[in-house]
Design a protein around this ligand. Structure first.
Ligand SMILES: C[S@@+](CC[C@H](N)C(=O)[O-])C[C@H]1O[C@@H](n2cnc3c(N)ncnc32)[C@H](O)[C@@H]1O
Length: 335
């Protein structure tokens, strides 16, 4: 088959929506009804993200993303993708999410590979993240998922339903050494204590995964969270993986975002991290073969200085998402 035929077949597959059978059982249907009726937009953002991963399945291997997302979010996201393909859009909906997920996956793996033995991994604002079931690099790691209690409860029940089912999810298994769900609101001061009570050890090497979470917090709360993590650098080897929005991204109309940093690579060293690497979507480590068109939005952004807040041609805001890896160790901490 030619490349072109392959591409067409790929597109046709992406335009076809396959819903997991389990979504149509009474129990799972009822859980998703609860999500739609009772959860706020902050919590529901977890299902939107999972829907994106489910629909970018040609890039992301997440066997439970569709189940965790639910029919409504899958249909809505699928409709957007369909429109983009039909309109020949340069950027197809969900591409940022796909790159972001793949970037975090690759950085978690690299951080664990370079640590001596199984570092613990904390997923802060874990939402419907299923890394503990899909990343083999976690096999020696104790994983902690922190999120609101009602979200973690529904997630646990959905995954139990998957493991007990006889259909497409029957071989679902945890790939992490252990998984502990910690119900907490990270705006409250007690979340770190709750994490410790649940088995997190402050002296064990740790990888912190803050994917799609910081900008939902106020400036004060985000800084509190970052400071708590930075303080860990004085105790043990600590790696922080996080995405940051720049100011224009959070000030769009109807935005539900708050915290931003235009220069996370300056902010994090001031908190105590000794190494910081920053990437933008489309950079060599945040590309994953998905940025074919040199004129796409991300390449256009990367070619403008980061201090530029609006595009010179049309004055529209330069909305950036920074993918940031920071680390620190006791030996590197200045007393
Ligand atoms: C966009 S989702 C991202 C979920 C996940 N990290 C992912 O990438 O799939 C944001 C998540 O942060 C959680 N969250 C937001 N504010 C929180 C808070 N104050 N405490 C705990 N979790 C929070 C939400 O419940 C939601 O699951």
């Amino acid at each position: 088959m030619s490349d072109h035929q392959n591409d067409l077949q790929d597109v046709a597959q992406r335009l076809e929506l396959k819903l997991p059978h389990l979504l149509f059982t009474d129990k799972v249907r009822a859980l998703h009804e609860t999500i739609e009726k009772e959860w706020d937009s902050l919590q529901q953002s977890a299902c939107q993200t999972a829907a994106g991963r489910a629909l970018w399945k040609h890039m992301i291997n997440d066997p439970v993303a569709g189940l965790l997302a639910g029919e409504t979010y899958l249909r809505n996201f699928h409709e957007k993708i369909q429109k983009d393909y039909l309109n020949n859009a340069r950027e197809v909906s969900g591409v940022i999410l796909a790159v972001r997920t793949l970037w975090f996956d690759s950085k978690v793996k690299a951080a664990l590979d370079s640590s001596n033995g199984g570092a613990q991994v904390v997923l802060l604002g874990a939402g419907m993240d299923a890394r503990a079931y899909r990343l083999n690099c976690l096999k020696e790691s104790d994983v902690f998922e922190v999120d609101f209690p009602e979200l973690l409860q529904v997630k646990t029940t959905l995954l139990q339903a998957a493991m007990e089912s006889t259909g497409e999810h029957q071989n679902l298994m945890m790939t992490a050494n252990s998984l502990t769900r910690v119900a907490a609101d990270i705006r409250n001061n007690d979340w770190f204590e709750k994490l410790q009570i649940s088995g997190f050890s402050p002296v064990k090497n740790t990888v912190w995964v803050l994917e799609g979470i910081l900008y939902y917090l106020s400036h004060t709360h985000a800084m509190q969270v970052l400071n708590i993590i930075a303080d860990q650098c004085a105790l043990t080897h600590t790696v922080l993986l996080a995405d940051f929005m720049n100011k224009p991204s959070t000030t769009l109309s109807n935005s539900i975002f708050h915290f931003y940093s235009d220069w996370p690579d300056h902010l994090l060293p001031s908190l105590g991290f000794s190494h910081v690497d920053l990437s933008q979507i489309g950079d060599p480590d945040a590309h994953f073969g998905l940025m074919h068109d040199p004129l796409n939005l991300f390449n256009k952004l990367r070619n403008l200085p980061r201090s530029q807040q609006t595009y010179p041609d049309d004055g529209k805001p330069c909305c950036r998402l920074y993918l940031v890896q920071a680390s620190g160790s006791p030996s590197q901490t200045i007393p």
